[in-house]
Design a protein around this ligand. Structure first.
Ligand code: SF4
Length: 427
């Protein structure tokens, strides 16, 4: 390990050339498309063990992190180290948490596993290719949690709190901002990086099993409360963290989701597990699923196999005379070969609907409330099938005022889409 570290906020920096690698089996299984507690059969077990062993002997992972300094925000924009980034989502998060700085982080699983995976593909070994590719992705996710662990420990000791990490290529931040972010991560202080990382104009990273990301920092830990979406722990799988504020619930999209947007080599569609569980146990009853999938859902398949779904939600406000509300939920899924990962998710009042303006939270703060609802994109980057394991609030209130009721509605929308696709034999 090679580390330069200072407790001062603006000079905190570390490089780790030999991060401790402990990829959790459940995380690897998730990336392979299996349920988290699935027991692998003999052949997949052999492949998974081979990929892990190969990486332990040949992989060269690394982590670099440093404080950005000079954080500023303007409408829809964030300035880090003097560079301008246009992202409503990042801006909202930083403003809501009163962030004063951010940690810039680069991680990579190294070029070795990518080269070996390519070799397997060229040698006609698609199974080995797939398992090693997914292991590389699991390493990148592990490195991000490793970096989070160090940043959170440092922040706690300095009376700060850390926000969920965010990267170009995630919803609401163009992937084409990668070169700019890489420029400021590298900075001009001459810090040598453990290995070469190239960032293309398109935003593509080489090695592709790498990630550039930003963790906001705030001196207001009270802003980072469980359930507020500003708490990073819900997206962090680090086991045994003494600073954890909330249980791990869902991961942030990382290298895989971003690289898919970069039109990198498409993963072969090896059916290692059903993409949609046909024996799914939904939280909604079968009658509601059938009725809503027929009456409220529209599905369109694009030429590239991605799926656009639109769900019409109808409810009423809990107070203010029970006004009716009509909302449209839009979801875009990546093609089946990419496990129907949720690429986009947003909701908005239907055209002509005025009922939403009578929701209590809207009446208190119209712009802030609509921004909050707009910013929530649960399960983004995850396979649609993950809705079955998503532990979410049960709050069937008709309005959107409470976080739990919004989460409940997203769960309902994803379940109806899952049901409709499984019924169509798309699993
Ligand atoms: S569990 Fe929470 S506090 Fe611990 S490293 Fe992860 S994000 Fe930070």
């Amino acid at each position: 390990m090679n580390t330069i570290q200072s407790p001062a906020s603006d000079t905190f920096e570390f490089t780790d050339e030999q991060p401790r690698l402990k990829v959790q089996e459940s995380e690897y299984l998730r990336l392979l498309g299996y349920p988290r507690d699935h027991a692998l059969d003999a052949r997949p077990r052999e492949l998974a063990d081979w990929a892990q062993r190969w990486y332990a002997e040949n992989g060269r992972p690394w982590v670099f992190a440093r404080a950005a300094g000079r954080l500023k925000t303007a409408t829809g924009k964030v300035y880090l180290s003097g560079a301008e980034f246009v992202s409503d989502r990042l801006h909202e998060q930083f403003v809501a948490a009163e962030a004063h700085d951010a940690m810039l982080v680069a991680v990579s699983a190294g070029k070795e596993c990518e080269e070996k995976a390519r070799q397997c593909w060229q040698e006609g070994k698609p199974d080995e290719y797939f398992f090693l590719e997914m292991y590389g992705s699991a390493v990148v996710e592990h490195l991000v949690t490793h970096a989070a662990g160090r940043i959170c420990a440092w922040a706690e000791q300095n009376s700060m709190a850390v926000l969920p990490h965010y990267s170009p290529g995630y919803s609401g931040w163009p992937v084409s901002d990668q070169p700019k972010l890489w420029n400021i991560i590298r900075g001009n202080n001459g810090t040598p990086f453990p290995a070469q990382l190239d960032v293309m104009e398109s935003g593509m990273l080489r090695p592709k099993k790498s990630l550039l990301t930003v963790f906001g920092l705030t001196r207001h830990p009270e802003k980072v409360q469980p359930g507020s979406r500003l708490i990073p722990c819900e997206n962090c799988s680090l086991p045994g963290c003494q600073y954890r504020r909330a249980p791990y619930r869902y991961f942030m999209p990382q290298s895989e989701s971003v690289s898919l947007q970069q039109n990198e080599i498409a993963a072969p569609s090896i059916p290692v597990a059903p993409v949609l569980d046909k024996m799914a146990r939904y939280s909604l009853n079968a009658r509601a699923l059938r009725k809503w999938s027929q009456e409220r859902l529209q599905l369109e398949t694009a030429n590239d196999g991605s799926i656009n779904a639109r769900f019409r939600y109808e409810g009423t406000t809990c107070s203010n005379l029970g006004r009716s509300i009509e909302y449209n939920y839009h979801v875009r899924l990546q093609p089946r070969a990419q496990a129907y990962r949720i690429a986009e998710a947003h909701c908005a009042p239907a055209e002509g609907d005025t009922g939403y303006t009578f929701m209590c939270e809207y009446l208190k703060d119209p712009t802030g409330f609509m921004n909050l609802v707009n910013a929530e994109k649960p399960l983004i980057g995850r396979p649609l099938n993950d809705v079955l394991a998503w532990k979410r609030s049960i709050n069937p209130a008709g309005c959107h005022c409470e976080a739990g009721s919004r989460e409940h509605k997203w769960g309902m929308v994803f379940e109806v889409i899952h049901f409709a696709l499984a019924q169509k034999g798309a699993s």
